[in-house]
Design a protein around this ligand. Structure first.
Ligand code: GRF
Length: 203
């Protein structure tokens, strides 16, 4: 059974979907802990499922490195096989990335390498593209630059706002995340091998 830690900042709808999937007896992974950098609304989902939580408030630390060191210390307590960044709106310091990668994955609401960064949905809308997407990647030292594990196109529709487009992307993001976690757990997807493939150049 693959053990998974999930890090969030927000409402945790992707976390909720993973918790729902992992509650099925046939699913080969279990969420063992949920962490956040703030009092995230998504903690409520962890509580619903009886999953422990930890909070490492960004605002309590003087530097990214000190915050990351505490986050890593909390994660070590749970010795997860896989760490999932599911809407964590902070960049992890490099030493934390190096400690967990390639067993550290991130979901992103765009078709990477298109529209990396914190505003992937807004940036796709501003660019006027007909399609954007959702991706799951291995985290590396860059911003959404790691090897792509799964991605899928999502149409941009006339009249879309950032909210409506994001709400169309999220179900795809959830499905991709659950499928990646399942494939990692069954051994069908080897993260070390995937991480050894050079990433596509950013356009
Ligand atoms: C997801 O689209 C994630 O990729 C982005 O923020 C969203 C998180 O939503 N960075 P939620 O907290 O899972 O509802």
């Amino acid at each position: 059974m693959l053990t998974v830690a999930v890090l969030i900042s927000g409402t945790g709808s992707n976390l909720r979907a993973l918790l729902d999937a992992a509650s099925h007896p046939d699913f080969p992974a279990r969420v063992v802990v949920v962490g956040a950098d703030r009092e995230a609304a998504g903690f409520a989902h962890a509580e619903t499922f009886g999953i422990p939580t930890f909070l490492v408030p960004w605002s309590h630390f003087d530097s990214r490195e000190e915050w990351g060191a505490e986050l890593a210390a909390q994660l070590r307590v749970w010795t997860p096989d896989l760490v999932v960044l599911s809407g964590l709106m902070r960049l992890l310091p490099a030493d934390v990335v190096h400690e967990w990668a390639p067993n550290l994955i991130n979901t992103h609401p765009a078709y990477l390498p298109e529209f990396p960064g914190a505003h992937g949905v807004r940036d796709a809308l501003a660019a006027g593209v007909a399609e954007t997407g959702a991706s799951v990647i291995v985290v590396d030292d860059g911003v959404d630059t790691g090897p792509i594990l799964a991605r899928e196109r999502v149409p941009v529709l006339p009249g879309d706002t950032e909210h409506t487009l994001h709400e169309r992307i999220k179900p795809v993001e959830r499905r991709l995340l659950i499928d990646v976690v399942r494939r990692v757990a069954t051994g069908e997807l080897d993260l070390a091998a995937a991480a050894a493939v050079p990433p596509e150049p950013t356009r």
